[in-house]
Design a protein around this ligand. Structure first.
Ligand SMILES: Cc1ncc(COP(=O)(O)O)c(C=O)c1O
Length: 386
């Protein structure tokens, strides 16, 4: 047992981030400014993408992406049911309809074969979610999109750094959206980024992220700026602060090292659980680099005397924090009641939901922490196997 409770997540914040924030606080410029610009430039260089627009959440990035692509009332957007609230609610912000699709039961990514069946004359876009940090099978998704004239917005909230067939996530679909929420692979506390190769969409997202006022309006209080600005469209208040960007600049420098640390933990979990038949470890495709934001095991409930909730409670008693990703959207009252979704419409997600548990995985974990998690999982299984 760990001497102290091992939380599900602890961010890796070092002196670099602290000094960077202090320097920003002392600079006299707190909101969007040179730090945000630098963070965007560093991010675009890191991915090798044309444009990177920093915003205050991935939710904001997804909303701006849909808006820039012209999604409007009456349109339909295909999304996986196995995702977080944000992926669907942004479609509703645009007064369009989120059309849910089932997941594959092994990777928990969207089931590509079911996408085609969900397309109607009103479908305008697909939002694949790279579940847990594993890129979706993008080639067939892009093929379907090209054949049907649909846009592809990637929800890459979990997928930094990740790649698919050697291409970095952030350089594949029309627009890709990242999250820097506190638990994500790099963090700014709250924050997000949209990336694209398309200059027009980039300019639209940038303008709409700051009230729809003319470009560089953030400079209006600086020496090179002007008090004059024009409102070109009623936009949103989605800009990132320099304080947050100061953290992001430092976190981005460590992104690859963080990724390697997560991969080491994932490898240790896989090896450590290989002889525990009651636990199925995540399946990873051979042509992807997985970001390992999440490590989601599946319980073989037929071999256990306890259910998922009892399993989580037993791990908690042994000092291990866990979580569940996700309660599929079709099981939530809003989506169930407003769209008539039923569990049997999504057999894989519905079945898998009762079995999934997310184990802690973050660079701050020591080898001892990893061993403690493995020891606790083995003990709980031993005690409760049929
Ligand atoms: C799949 C997915 N998409 C989008 C988001 C939204 O990210 P943010 O909190 O940065 O808005 C999350 C957040 O957890 C997520 O898990």
């Amino acid at each position: 047992m760990p001497s102290q409770f091992l939380p599900f997540h602890v961010p890796q914040i070092d002196e670099d981030e602290i000094c960077s924030v202090v320097e920003t606080l002392k600079s006299g410029w707190l909101t969007t400014g040179v730090k945000v610009k630098r963070f965007e430039e560093d991010f675009a260089r890191y991915l090798g993408c044309g444009h990177a627009i920093a915003v205050n959440s991935c939710t904001a990035a997804l909303h701006l992406a849909l808006e820039a692509l012209g999604i409007k009332a009456g349109d339909e957007v295909i999304i996986p049911t196995m995702t977080f609230a944000a992926t669907a609610e942004v479609v509703l912000y645009c007064k369009a309809k989120p059309v849910l699709v089932d997941c594959q039961s092994d990777t928990l990514n969207i089931d590509v074969r079911k996408i085609e069946q969900a397309i109607t004359d009103n479908t305008k876009a697909i939002i694949p979610v790279h579940f847990g940090g594993q890129p979706c099978d993008m080639e067939p998704i892009l093929q379907i999109a090209r054949a049907r004239g649909l846009h592809v917005i990637e929800d890459a909230a979990h997928a930094l750094p990740a790649s698919y067939q050697g291409k970095k996530v952030g350089t594949i679909g029309d627009i890709t959206c990242f999250s820097f929420y506190a638990t994500k692979t790099i963090t700014t506390g709250e924050g997000g980024m949209a990336t694209t190769e398309n200059a027009e969409w980039a300019a639209r997202m940038r303008m709409m992220s700051l009230h729809g006022i003319s470009h560089d309006a953030w400079k209006r209080y600086t020496k090179e700026g002007s008090w004059y600005y024009e409102i070109l469209d009623p936009g949103f208040k989605y800009n990132l602060t320099d304080i947050a960007a100061a953290i992001g600049i430092e976190q981005l420098k460590k992104c690859d090292a963080f990724g390697a640390a997560r991969k080491r933990i994932a490898t240790a979990y896989k090896e450590g659980l290989s002889n525990v038949p009651e636990i199925h470890t995540p399946v990873c495709a051979s042509d992807v680099q997985h970001a390992w934001h999440l490590y989601v095991i599946q319980l073989d409930l037929e071999r256990l005397k306890i259910n998922r909730h009892q399993f989580i409670e037993a791990l908690k008693e042994r000092g291990i924090g866990t979580s569940v990703h996700f309660i599929p959207l079709h099981l939530h009252p809003y989506y169930r009641d407003n769209f008539g979704y039923k569990p049997n419409h999504f057999p894989h997600a519905s079945a898998v939901f009762d079995r999934i548990v997310s184990l802690p995985i973050y660079p701050k974990m020591t080898e001892v922490d990893v061993e403690c998690v493995l020891g606790a999982v083995r003990k709980v299984v031993e005690r409760h196997r049929r």
